[in-house]
Design a protein around this ligand. Structure first.
Ligand code: PEP
Ligand code: MG
Length: 554
């Protein structure tokens, strides 16, 4: 290794140490905040080890003398320390050995620039991304100017990766099982997000056919633009509130551009991931306030944070769970982290004066959880009043209905909220025991399964009996094929990715409520998911044929 190589390695090592120090201090700060100073002291030992001059000097000497890279030098020296500590017959020192082990991993990760995810910042020219998997947090960071489409081996259509792609407007196909093995860098590929296929090295004929489809699509876009400012009303006068799902403050532009009437679901968790620390109350307040003000007088329904499942904040360093979707997720996580939850609730309450803000809780499974969350909101309101901070006393709070138990006790829940928003993405996975991110069981993940239809109907009826409204904000709300079924069951609001809002509006404006109700009646007595889906398709295609012309199978 030449001399400048040695200097570079030493610099890399020192940078990785500094980065590790920052990360540990950050974890320590959070632990102190949530659990107290004593627990935070645990990290002092980590920090001291990082500052151990003997260890650091030995690593640097090894790099200089043996011309090895920083990873090798650090690993060999640190492992020697680790082995020495583990071998001592003293509990305290053995614990320090465990700390050391953790520390070695962190420093090496920083040296190797292993985040929890791979880094896609090196992409500099337009491309299609083919990968075994992409996490929602990586997808959220994709440069949409350069990543023209992506395809993955694993994942389901309602995984947050797919949802994120829809919201970014990136053509994507997930769950293709072996696509990453079939393509090499530099191959040409055509990603057809409408039909869920990837064509490798397409022929001229195929490219021509897709060129024709693109023209059909452009003429449809024109028709959709014409109804942008029109309401979502059926031919016989039933008005449906049509709102958009957003993940980010920047999505507000798309909400307006696609003619949605506000936001039916603001997934706030994307404020919490891809960063080194939790967002503060002030930071959250500014985001919520700006979104509410930009969309005023339309409502913005802010969902309290739904971390866990397939969305993790890397800085929270949560232990891996066997069943993350059944585990410490959403409201469960928030109720266990009252300080974090309190900051978000206060931020939302404060933002409620900037526009028409509403708030909803994800993953309510029972009445106690709902009451607990409401009690925390009341506490925050009392605090704000005593601080003379203004908020809207009438801000409406709703519950997501996305767990079968919640749908079945919707009557009881309805007495404690002002609206329901049915999260079918989760409701389907939990009812049918089919992981929404697992392509191996995607054939079981059926939105028109009779059990799902009945749970939606139970929820909507319970809402109406208790004089509150019920919307749907899962991905099925954005599927024009299923719009009539939901409208026919009495759903009051549909909330979908901004990019599909116009299509849903287009079909609603071509439906008769009476036809939609007959379809719903049929679905409620049917025993077959495919039979229900086929009926939905027949009605959708007869009502709005132009929406389906870009589908390969008509
Ligand atoms: C749902 O579960 O349907 C929903 C809208 O929430 P998320 O997709 O974020 O889990
Ligand atoms: Mg959900």
């Amino acid at each position: 290794m030449p001399m400048d190589g040695v200097v570079g390695e030493v610099e890399r090592f020192e940078k990785a140490l500094a980065q590790t120090r920052r990360q540990i201090s950050e974890v320590q700060r959070k632990v102190v905040e949530r659990m107290g100073a004593k627990e935070g002291d645990i990290f002092e030992a980590h920090l001291l080890m990082l500052e151990d001059r003997m260890l650091v000097d030995e690593v640097i000497r090894l790099v200089r003398e043996q011309k090895v890279n920083a990873e090798y030098a650090f690993h060999s020296v640190a492992e020697r320390y680790h082995a020495a500590l583990s071998g001592v017959d003293d509990e305290y020192l053995r614990e320090r050995a465990a700390d050391m082990h953790d520390l070695i991993g962190r420093v090496l990760d920083n040296l190797l620039e292993v985040k929890n995810e791979f880094d896609l910042h090196h992409i500099t020219e337009p491309c299609i991304l083919i990968s075994h998997d992409l996490s929602p947090s990586t997808t959220a960071q994709l440069n949409t100017k350069l990543v023209l489409g992506f395809a993955t081996d694993i994942g389901g259509q309602t995984s947050h990766t797919a949802i994120m792609a829809r919201s970014l407007g990136i053509p994507a196909v997930v769950g293709l099982k072996t696509v990453s093995e079939e393509l090499d860098s530099g191959d040409y590929a055509l990603v057809d997000g409408y039909n869920g296929t990837v064509i490798i090295n397409p022929t001229d004929q195929t490219l021509f056919e897709y060129g024709q489809l693109a023209k059909i699509k452009a003429s449809l876009e024109e028709k959709l633009r014409e109804i942008k400012t029109q309401p979502a009303v059926t031919l016989d006068g039933k008005i449906i509130v049509l709102s958009a799902n957003i993940e980010d403050q920047n999505d507000v532009e798309a909400v307006v551009a696609h003619g949605a009437e506000g936001v039916g679901l603001f997934r706030t968790e994307f404020l919490f991931i891809n960063r080194e620390s939790l967002p503060t109350e002030e930071e959250q307040y500014k985001v919520y306030r700006d979104v509410a003000a930009a969309l005023k007088p339309h409502p913005v329904i802010i969902r309290t944070v739904d971390l866990g499942g397939d969305k993790f904040a890397s800085h929270l360093q949560l232990a891996k769970e066997m069943n993350p979707f059944l585990g410490w997720r959403a409201i469960r996580f928030c109720l266990a982290q009252p300080e974090m939850f309190r900051a978000q609730i206060r931020a939302i309450l404060r933002a409620s004066t900037a526009g028409k803000v509403k708030m909803m809780y994800p993953m309510i499974s029972g009445l106690d959880e709902l009451k607990q969350a409401n009690a925390l909101v009341e506490k925050c309101k009392t605090e704000l009043r005593s601080e003379n901070v203004s908020f809207n006393e009438e801000m409406k709070i709703g519950a997501m209905i996305e767990i079968p138990s919640a749908a079945l006790i919707a009557d009881a829940l309805a007495k404690h909220v002002k609206f329901f928003s049915i999260g079918t993405n989760d409701l389907i996975q939990y009812t049918l025991a089919a992981d929404r991110t697992n392509e191996r069981v995607s054939h079981l993940y059926e939105p028109t399964h009779p059990a799902i239809i009945r749970l939606i109907k139970t929820t909507v009826d319970a809402a109406h009996r208790n004089s509150i409204w019920a919307g749907v904000c899962g991905e099925i709300a954005g599927d024009p094929v299923l719009a009539a079924l939901l409208v026919g069951m009495g759903v009051d609001e549909l909330s979908a990715a901004p990019t599909v809002v116009a299509q849903v509006k287009y079909i609603i404006r071509r439906l008769k409520l009476s036809e939609a109700q007959s379809l719903a009646e049929f679905a409620l007595q049917s025993e077959s998911a495919s039979e229900i889906y086929a009926r939905c398709q027949d009605l959708a295609r007869a009502s709005a044929p132009s929406l389906f012309e870009s589908k390969k199978n008509g």
